[in-house]
Design a protein around this ligand. Sequence first.
Ligand code: FES
Length: 393
Amino acid sequence: MEGNNSNKQPEKSIPEQTLRRIPLYHQILAEMERQGDEHVSSKHLAQFFQVDDTQVRKDVAIIGYKGKPKSGYSVKGLKNAIEEFLGINYQNTAILVGAGHLGSALAQYPGMGEYGLKLIAVFDNDPSKAGNVLGSFTILPLEALQRVVRSYDIGIAIITVPKEAAQSVCNRIVSLGIKAIWNFAPTQLSVPENVTVRNENIATGIALLSHYLKTHKRTHRSRKEREKNKVPPKKVIEIFNKYQPKREYLIPILEEAQKIYSYLPEDILEFIADFLNIPISSLIQTIRFYSNFKLIPPAKYQIKICIGDTCQRKEAIEILESVSKQLNIGAGESTKSGLFSLEAVPCPGICSESPVVTINDTIYKKIHVGQVSKIIGDLLKKGSSAVADKTSA
Ligand code: FES
């Protein structure tokens, strides 16, 4: 029966690629709902991903939602089912311990509420910080922890203290009955079996925050501002003339734009977002899902580091940090010389070979930090001698 959401969490483990697609389905459905669409087919959803409609139906079955043979899924019904599945309809109360740079940034990050997380209080184990104001919070001493946890029925604790202090803070939190910990300290915490710890790697976190800031900046340039300044280049207008301004044409439009520029420049994406009347942030999220679309100019050596969960557990973040340091660029950037670009990419589905790094068409499997650094060192030498060859020719 349509809309019969079972509310049951699946017992089998959910494929990582499905988990990555579910929030994107939600964004697409939210956008469709804004545009007044009532129904959507699995085929329509499939075109946003490199999957066929059977895969979409499997994903939706995992969510526990059913469509009708002729009309497909109800946009609103499926969106609600995803919200329930992801738990973003519920308000989880959280505390944060550790008001250093990262803790301060997280405490003031406005996106938490969107995911059902309500931060109640911020603590620090340094008594000199107690009483300081941090955004809308007054930093509390650890002594106040018990009172706050009990009064507000806190469900989640976010730990952002240095690694030396993390375990003792964790023990204190666990002793108060908190069962979910979001750990940003660069250390493994030991907890009882009934407590869940989500370890967050700082490098990934920074990449996400910087992505958020970029997107935030983009979305804050209004359409009027953009239209006032520029009109799309002639070649882009030619693409627009071939398609109706409907989201279902997003992929072919992107493909044509990338053919012209060899990547998808930011200002061109803004024109595309305006043309299709979709938020630039949701457009970029969709693009990042596809490995064939490039958001940065193609460099001679395109380094892609998988930061899927399995690779993260096996040095992927160390590799990312080391490459970033060696080339002096962050993820999503290219070197000034145009020799290297660096990207942190989602799981390509070969987790048994993790960690996985690709440089152009070569896939390096089960690779270590030292090996990656040597490969890049060799390419750097090759690159500089090629430049020397050209100059002396
Ligand atoms: S997490 Fe699957 S290949 Fe990296």
